[in-house]
Structures are given as structure tokens and as C-alpha cells.
Ligand binder design. Structure first.
Ligand SMILES: *[C@@H]1O[C@H](CO)[C@@H](O)[C@H](O)[C@H]1NC(C)=O
Ligand SMILES: *[C@@H]1O[C@H](CO)[C@@H](O)[C@H](O)[C@H]1NC(C)=O
Length: 690
């Protein structure tokens, strides 16, 4: 029996057991009228900003007018752009675009928005008259109140915020670290109450990210950014090992580039931000403020990159001449922008950070192998670093990247039963080679069109990480990706115990040196204005894998106290001589424990060979907010875009992928499609997805 066969059998057996248990685990589903936008950003109306920039209008600047290219004729495009530019400069009317609220709420918020706008205009004109700050203050607080009514959670005045924190938090020291503009700033909703809310709470309370004044764009805070740094460091080494070199390409792409590859432009046009002007000017109309200078319109508008294939292939044309130049592999770490209507921090934001690799090859086989290899790298990184198992597969034709012949994906299963596409790798065939006329001279002197790939993962992985391991107490970080693996909390002796203090310091120094010597990332929390309990609470929430407590009595006894974030109950006492070895082993075990738990959950979350009706009933009412959702469905399927679309309409399920393992093992052979009843071409994995 071949190895592949064997692993399939094991897999199938696991599925069988798991799907039975799954039936018991299945919770009743709470129907919800409509899935609301989970992350509505704060109302953007920012008077101070608008007027302060108007006073510096002499500085030449670039106006970036964001717009979806909705119409094909250029006149309709520019009309939309003008309208949106106004939104941008005056920054009002944004919540309406975002939230999916009911009609009556809409009217109410329309009224409020008008009031807010009028108040804002009033303040602006008062400012222009040179009114003092004191005189302006009541107007500003009136505006703040209106804004609070529009979006109570997102807006609090500075004063209220300070007071609220004092009441809620453990200690004053902690409150500065975890301050947030949410009224319930310290509360984490349990997952079983509302999984979506839990996710938002984790992001906010654990200091990972925050909404920004720009709709759909988030601020990644240091703790969140340090996670991205860990991922980046790990992946950058893998990318270099893969043979790609880092480079950097422009943020702005000529609109004409995007139109060169027909499928590509179709796929991205609806979410492009367009730069149409290169200068602002004072708006002489009643509105005042700033406007894009009509005199400074760009002839060829520029697109803020949604991805960089077009820019990079325009350069490949210059760089590739002969077969000796191939394969050519470049990667860039960058930000991209895709105008999103519904956003969730890390999972879907208009601007996000990612890496994008682009390769050019002399043969189809070379390119295809490259794209598969990166899929494997991504999967391996997810497993080894993030302790997150993924399913590797190929996308169905309708889910492919715009312009690709094959898209490979890694799909992860979140705790609520929804899938998260966590990375993709595309075999581009010759589409970009042809569109950008990139050819090479082969060994026989013939001109040949170049084959290509592209592949990327983004800050979305942080969302995946959160929804794979974290719990109701906060973030849970696998030790390998934790920016701090061990936090040491020294418990100071009594005030007048000078000898005790010296002994503690010496022991602490040695302890930290030992841990660092073992290659662990250590932080000592010796803030004297924060109580020990508050420290424990804070680091637990932030997901630090191991806490070590060291008090005067421990020092005297030559021991310290270990407490792991998950995977082992209670505290353990460890001899100071064995701290480094014990911590190293304990953290390895925890990494293993998290991966195993996630693997079990994934296996249990895949329903094998369900009927279409079973899947439909389970998925059509499923919501992202439901913690124990139904999960994934592995079924025989006849590849058919029309049926795929019908299923999406009927129960919102999409084909996450055609999993590679089971398809290579021939699992679909001789089976009938669960939807059409025709001969199956693939085993398809269906599910709801973020
Ligand atoms: C769950 O929380 C989200 C985000 O806060 C909210 O939009 C949604 O309405 C909530 N769902 C339920 C069922 O309470
Ligand atoms: C012990 O270390 C703390 C923090 O580093 C320091 O403030 C304190 O002065 C030290 N005490 C003694 C007695 O060395």
C-alpha cells in the first residue's frame, strides 16, 4: 500500500469518527436576520483635521481620490470620483456606506449626519473667524455628542474616556497600556455569546489594532505589529530559500497597465482606489475647505496597487532577454489597497500589509512547480510557526485569481466553523507574459513567451492566528510566534528589606540571563505602579505563553513559579537551576499541544460525504457570530460554475478548494456529484468563509 493511500485511509477513518462526534457537538442554530458589518469604523467627520489642512493649502500635495470604477465610460468614472473626493475631503456620510442598518435607523442617522455636518460647518466658519479655543469648546462638545449618538461605541470625549478607564481597569498603570475608544474597553464577550463580537473585543482589548479615521483602514498597534514581524521574519527566510530576492515597486500603477490583462482588470476594477489629481486648492464655494484642483487633473489616472503583477511584469519585460535570465524571482513586502465595503480588522481591510512574490519561468512546468512549492511553504509556515493546520487545495475556476490558470490556496478552519483563506499561490500561465510582451530567447535562438506565478500572504494571518487558538480570557499565542515568550514578574520584598531586595535582584538577573541564554524571548515586568494581579491579568490577555513569578520566599527556597497560558493546569514550582531547560521544554510542549488541538478541531470540523440538503440546512442559517458553527463539507462534485453560483445563492456556501491530498488519492473516482448527480470530477470542500 502506498504512503499516500495509507494516509488517505487514516484521514478517512478520522473523518468518520469525527463526523459522528460532530453530530453530537452540533449546536442548534440561532437564525439572524442579516449579517451586519462587524467592524464599522468610527464616523469620520473630523473638523479639526479639515480646517487645519485648509490653513496649509499652500503646501503642494497629492490628492488621492478613491473610487470604484463602476462605469466603463470615463465620464461616469470621473463623476463618481468627484463625488467621492468630496466625501473624502469633508469626510462625512461614511457610516451610511458601511453599516447595513434597517431603514428606520437609516433615516435617523441621516438626520444625525445632517446635524453633524451643519455643526461641523459652523465650527469651521467660527474657526476661520479666529474664535478662541475656549469659545469653541462648547461647540466641539456638542459635535462630539452628536457623533456619539450616531455611533455610541466609537466616540467618547477625551474626558469621559479617562474617567471610564479609572472605573473599569485594574490599576492606573494598566489603563494607559490598554486604553481604547470603546465604551466597554476592558470586556471580552465570551465566544459562545457572539463569536464576531469576541473577535472584535480580542483585537481591541489585546491591543492588536484599532479603527482609524480612515474608513476601512486600521491602525496596527505595536503588539499586533510584533506578530506580523514574527511572521515576516520566518517567511522572509523561506522566500529567500525559495530563491526569490526582495525588491520594491511603486505604490501607484498607471491605469493603462491594469487594462492590459482583460481578466485581471475585471477582477480588480471594482475595488480600486484611483488617484486623479496631483494638487489641492482652496474651495472658493460656500463649502470652503480644500478640493482637488480641477487644473491639476492627471492625464493617465494612477491606481493604488491592489496587487503588483502589472507593474512587475512591465519591469520583467526589461529584465528578461534570454533563457539565462530565467527563472527570475522577486518578492516585495508592501501595502496594497482594495476598496472594501465591509471590513473586519485583519481579515478584510481596505489597506493591508502583505508580501507578494512574482516569478518568471521558461516553461509551464517550472512555473507550476514554483507555485505549488510556495503553497507548501505557506502551509508549513502556518503549521510550524502558527500551530495552525491548513488544507491545501486548488481553487475552482470561478474562485481563481483574476488572470491565473490555477490558484492554489491554504484554507484554515476557524473556531466558529468558518473557513479562512490564509494564503494563495497562482500559476499565471502566459497571461501576463503575453499581455506585457515578455519573451526570452531560448537555447535554439527562438523567441518564447515567459510563464509566470505570483503568491502572497497578508496580515490576515493574524486574524487566522486569533481565531485558531484564543479563548474567552484573551489572546493565546503559540510560543514560536509570541513576541514575548516568557514574562517574569518579580514580587518585591517588604519596603525596608534591603537585603531581600538585593537577593531578589541578583536572582532575577541570573534567571533572565539563563532564559535568554536558552534563546527565549523574555520580558521582566517590574513596573512598581501595577499590582501583581493586574500584571498577571494583562499578560494572560496578551497571550504570553509562560509567566514566571519570583518572590522573596522563592528566592530563599531557590525556586520560582511557572504558569502556562494554556495546556497545563495550575502553577508549578521549578528549581532555579532548571528554569531554562524546563521553560524550553514546556514551551515546546505548548506549541505541540496547540497544533494538536487545532488539528483535532479541523478533523472534527470536516463533514465527509454529507448530502446537499444536509449541508444547505446547516449552512444557510449559519452566522459568523455563532461559535459552534457547522464547519466544512467534503463532497463529490462535478466542476460547474453555474451550479457553484446557485449553491452560493441558496446557502452562501462556497467551494473553499479541491483538496490536493484526497483528489490525488482518487477519492472522487466513481462517485456522483452531490448536487447534480452527474459523475464527480473532484472532491470539493464547501463552507462558509470570512
Ligand atoms: C454579534 O456581534 C456583532 C459585532 O459586534 C454584531 O454586529 C452582531 O449583531 C452580533 N450578533 C448577534 C447575533 O448578536
Ligand atoms: C533592584 O532592581 C530594581 C529594578 O531594576 C532597581 O530599581 C532597584 O534599585 C534594585 N535594588 C537593589 C537593592 O539593587
Amino acid at each position: 500500500m502506498s504512503l499516500k493511500r495509507l494516509s488517505l485511509v487514516t484521514l478517512m477513518a478520522t473523518f468518520a469518527i469525527m463526523s459522528t462526534t460532530r453530530a453530537f457537538q452540533r449546536m442548534h442554530m440561532r437564525p439572524m436576520s442579516r449579517r451586519a458589518a462587524l467592524w464599522t469604523s468610527a464616523n469620520n467627520y473630523d473638523v479639526t483635521r479639515a480646517s487645519s489642512s485648509s490653513s496649509s493649502s499652500s503646501v503642494s500635495s497629492t490628492s488621492m481620490s478613491m473610487s470604484g470604477i463602476l462605469g466603463s465610460s470615463s465620464s461616469s468614472t470621473s463623476r463618481i470620483i468627484t463625488k467621492r473626493s468630496l466625501y473624502n475631503l469633508h469626510s462625512s456620510c461614511t457610516t451610511r456606506l458601511m453599516s447595513q442598518t434597517s431603514a428606520s435607523t437609516d433615516t435617523l442617522s441621516d438626520e444625525l449626519e445632517t446635524k453633524i455636518k451643519n455643526k461641523g460647518d459652523e465650527i469651521r466658519s467660527l474657526k476661520e473667524k479666529g474664535i478662541s479655543k475656549e469659545e469653541l469648546a462648547p461647540h466641539v462638545s456638542e459635535l462630539m455628542e452628536l457623533k456619539a449618538q450616531l455611533n455610541p461605541a466609537a466616540t467618547t470625549t477625551q474626558k469621559e474616556k479617562g474617567a471610564g478607564e479609572k472605573k473599569q481597569t485594574q490599576s492606573p498603570g494598566e489603563s494607559t497600556a490598554s486604553s481604547s475608544d470603546d465604551a466597554e474597553s476592558d470586556y471580552i464577550t465570551p465566544r459562545s455569546t457572539n463569536y464576531s463580537k469576541w473577535y472584535n473585543d480580542i483585537v481591541r482589548v489585546c491591543d492588536l489594532a484599532e479603527t482609524s479615521p480612515v474608513r476601512g483602514c486600521m491602525v496596527i498597534k505595536p503588539w499586533g505589529m510584533s506578530l506580523w514581524d514574527q511572521i515576516r521574519t520566518n517567511l522572509d527566510a523561506r522566500i529567500k530559500e525559495h530563491g526569490a530576492e526582495n525588491a520594491y515597486f511603486p505604490l501607484l500603477i498607471p491605469q493603462s497597465f491594469l487594462s492590459k490583462e482583460a481578466e485581471h482588470v475585471d477582477g480588480f476594477a471594482k475595488e480600486c482606489a484611483v488617484v486623479t489629481h496631483h494638487r489641492l486648492t482652496t474651495d472658493k464655494s460656500e463649502k470652503g475647505g480644500l478640493m482637488a484642483d480641477p487644473e491639476a487633473e492627471l492625464e493617465d489616472p494612477l491606481i493604488i496597487r491592489p496587487t503588483s503583477e502589472t507593474m512587475i511584469w512591465s519591469m520583467f519585460k526589461k529584465w528578461i532577454v534570454s533563457h539565462r535570465d530565467l527563472p527570475l524571482k522577486v518578492n516585495q513586502w508592501a501595502n496594497v489597497m482594495r476598496w472594501e465595503m465591509r471590513t473586519r480588522p485583519f481579515l478584510r481591510t481596505s489597506e493591508f500589509l502583505w508580501q507578494e512574490g512574482h516569478t518568471a519561468h521558461a516553461s509551464a512546468e517550472g512555473a507550476l512547480a514554483d507555485s505549488k512549492e510556495m503553497m507548501h511553504q505557506y502551509a508549513d509556515m502556518c503549521e510550524k510557526l502558527l500551530a495552525m493546520p491548513v488544507i491545501k487545495g486548488a481553487k475552482s475556476p470561478s474562485e481563481r485569481f483574476a488572470g491565473a490558470e490555477e490558484t492554489f490556496t491554504i484554507e484554515a478552519l476557524m473556531q466558529n466553523g468558518w473557513a479562512l483563506q490564509s494564503g494563495t499561490s497562482h500559476f499565471l500561465g502566459q497571461s501576463f507574459g503575453k499581455a506585457f510582451d515578455v519573451t526570452y530567447q531560448d537555447a535554439e535562438g527562438q523567441q518564447q513567451v515567459v510563464w509566470g506565478t505570483s503568491w502572497g500572504v497578508s496580515t490576515r494571518l493574524i486574524g487566522a492566528l486569533i481565531m485558531t487558538h484564543s479563548d474567552d480570557a484573551g489572546l493565546v499565542l503559540p510560543p514560536r510566534v509570541a513576541p514575548v515568550q516568557v514574562v517574569v514578574v518579580p514580587i518585591p520584598p517588604k519596603k525596608n528589606d534591603e537585603a531581600g531586595k538585593i537577593a531578589l535582584n541578583n536572582t532575577l538577573d541570573k534567571l533572565v540571563a539563563d532564559l535568554k541564554g536558552a534563546g527565549l524571548k523574555v520580558k521582566v515586568d517590574d513596573r512598581d505602579y501595577v499590582r501583581n494581579g493586574a500584571k498577571y491579568f494583562e499578560w494572560e490577555r496578551k497571550g504570553v505563553p509562560l509567566r514566571i513569578e519570583l518572590g522573596p520566599r522563592d528566592v530563599a527556597g531557590g525556586v520560582c513559579v511557572f504558569k502556562y497560558r494554556v495546556g497545563s493546569e495550575g502553577k508549578t514550582t521549578v528549581s532555579l537551576d532548571e528554569v531554562a531547560a524546563t521553560a524550553t521544554k514546556g514551551l515546546e510542549d505548548m506549541q505541540e499541544f496547540l497544533l494538536e488541538s487545532a488539528k483535532e478541531r479541523l478533523a472534527a470540523g470536516i463533514n465527509v460525504m454529507a448530502t446537499y440538503d444536509e449541508m444547505k440546512v446547516a449552512l444557510e442559517k449559519d452566522e459568523a457570530s455563532e461559535y459552534n458553527g457547522p464547519g466544512l463539507y467534503l463532497v463529490p462534485w462535478k466542476c460547474d460554475a453555474a451550479n457553484e453560483e446557485k449553491i452560493k445563492e441558496e446557502c452562501k456556501a462556497t467551494i473553499r478548494c479541491y483538496p490536493i491530498d484526497v483528489n490525488n488519492a482518487g477519492m472522487a473516482e466513481g462517485k456522483k456529484c452531490f448536487y447534480s448527480g452527474e459523475d464527480a470530477t473532484h472532491m470539493a470542500l464547501f463552507g462558509r468563509a470570512f
